[in-house]
Design a protein around this ligand. Structure first.
Ligand SMILES: C[S@@+](CC[C@H](N)C(=O)[O-])C[C@H]1O[C@@H](n2cnc3c(N)ncnc32)[C@H](O)[C@@H]1O
Length: 418
């Protein structure tokens, strides 16, 4: 193949993997200014899942339990009884550097389980779902720069008060901005519309250990799809489990607060993603969660829990349910800060700088038609179809743990389309 005036043999990429009346009261609100989701028959498991999600109570009761846990029970992350909410790997260097300037009180109330902030986000409009005391918002505020913006949504006033109290001084004194680029809104992540968030108004949705706590995860995902602009991405870390949990576990208040009882069976999560339009979820990192508390360990039995970071791209009309081969080649330019030599799109796509790589149509769209597009060159289009893309391939990252999707017999490393 003739590329860039030289003969190059592209490497072949392995393929992919009761409505609450509660408030959406704005505390410091700046209202920011979809293609048809994929249609599919609803599997019985989704309906089962929705029923199980009620935890034997109504949705308001679930939210009240969670609000009490994060607003009153926990004072700092030292009060947690499992490692589930803090099962993070070391953050990447840019995040570590940014954390040095984040106020101590904000960091002490951090209950995340992963690293949901991707590199290269300068200028983006970021939404943090369940921002808590705001640690990830503060980091993102620095990484997006003064022209970018960060909006945090959370339903627990005690958490938001911490986030709001330091925001102006942090942006002015630590970041040197003329005014804060952060906005915090009290609201429920299932009802971003009530929080005043408009269609297609964000480039990136992040979230850290929150969606497991929601009694209506399908609604959370569909709201994310709605508020993302075309080419936007939902990049988030959360807790998943390798089986559907029994009601006795799902209704346990401490296990709920600790982000375990509400964890989705990974395959059900993938089904939900497809249902709302995120047709090809890509797994980036996976870490098994250890439950050291003997009583809680006994409650969950054989179930194994994982902190997983997923990437869900909104490229309307372009992401298919299976990976297809159109002979397209993607070349990473080496331009994402901190990734001059290579870039991991997910756990099985490592793009080496300037090295042409054959990719499926989905991957070509994810890197070529999303916010990542300035960093990639795509050669070819979908004019000719060469059949299904070969989905086999090694993982590129060394997460160690076998994730629930890997063991679930999905067709590829990411457990999604391939
Ligand atoms: C485990 S903490 C994580 C907080 C933050 N992302 C962090 O990393 O520190 C979960 C947070 O999600 C919020 N939350 C849970 N369910 C929510 C919902 N349905 N709507 C809005 N916020 C919610 C809680 O108030 C809490 O602050």
């Amino acid at each position: 193949m003739k590329l860039f005036g030289r003969t190059a043999a592209p490497t072949r990429a392995p393929c992919c993997s009761s409505i609450s009346k509660a408030s959406a009261r704005p505390l410091s609100v700046r209202v920011l200014g979809a293609a048809a989701p994929a249609t599919m028959v609803e599997p019985a498991s989704i309906a089962e899942l929705s029923r199980a999600e009620q935890l034997g109570k109504d949705q308001d009761a679930v939210r009240a339990t969670v609000k009490e846990y994060y607003g009153e029970t926990l004072k700092t992350s030292n009060d947690l009884r499992t490692s589930a909410c803090t099962a993070c790997k070391a953050p990447p260097p840019a995040v570590r550097a940014a954390l040095a300037d984040v106020p101590t009180e904000v960091k002490e109330k951090f209950y995340g389980c992963g690293n949901p902030i991707p590199a290269g986000i300068e200028g983006l409009r970021v939404l943090d779902l369940g921002c808590g005391s705001g640690r990830d918002c503060y980091v993102a505020a620095k990484l997006v720069g003064e022209k970018g913006s960060v909006t945090g949504v959370d339903m627990t006033p005690a958490q938001l008060e911490v986030a709001i109290s330091h925001a102006d001084a942090y942006c002015r004194d630590k970041l040197g901005y003329g005014k804060s680029n952060m906005t915090f809104i009290q609201g429920e992540i299932e009802y971003l519309d009530r929080a005043g968030l408009e269609d297609s108004s964000f480039d990136l949705v992040i979230s850290n250990c929150v969606i497991n706590l929601s009694p209506d995860k399908a609604r959370v995902l569909s709201e994310c799809y709605r508020v993302l602009a075309p080419g936007g991405e939902m990049h988030f870390s959360d807790v998943y489990v390798d089986r559907r949990l029994p009601q006795s576990v799902r209704s346990h208040p401490v296990l709920l607060g600790e982000c375990l009882a509400g964890a989705l069976y990974n395959n059900d999560f993938i089904r939900l993603c497809r249902k709302v339009g995120f047709t090809d979820p890509r797994q980036l990192e996976c870490e098994e969660i250890q439950i050291h508390d003997a009583e809680l360990r006994d409650q969950v039995g054989e179930a194994r829990f994982y902190s997983i970071t997923y990437r869900l791209f909104k490229v309307p009309g372009q992401i298919e349910d299976l990976c297809e081969d159109y002979g397209q080649v993607a070349v990473y330019k080496g331009t994402i800060p901190g990734h001059s030599h290579a870039y991991d799109l997910d756990d099985h796509h490592r793009f080496v700088t300037n090295k042409p790589m054959l990719v499926c149509g989905n991957t070509a769209s994810m890197v070529g038609e999303s916010w990542l597009a300035p960093h990639f060159t795509i050669i070819g289009d979908r004019a000719v179809h060469y059949g299904q893309f070969d989905c086999s391939g090694p993982k590129t990252t060394t997460g160690g743990a076998a994730s629930p999707s890997n063991s679930a017999g999905a067709c590829g490393p990411g457990g999604a389309c391939c």
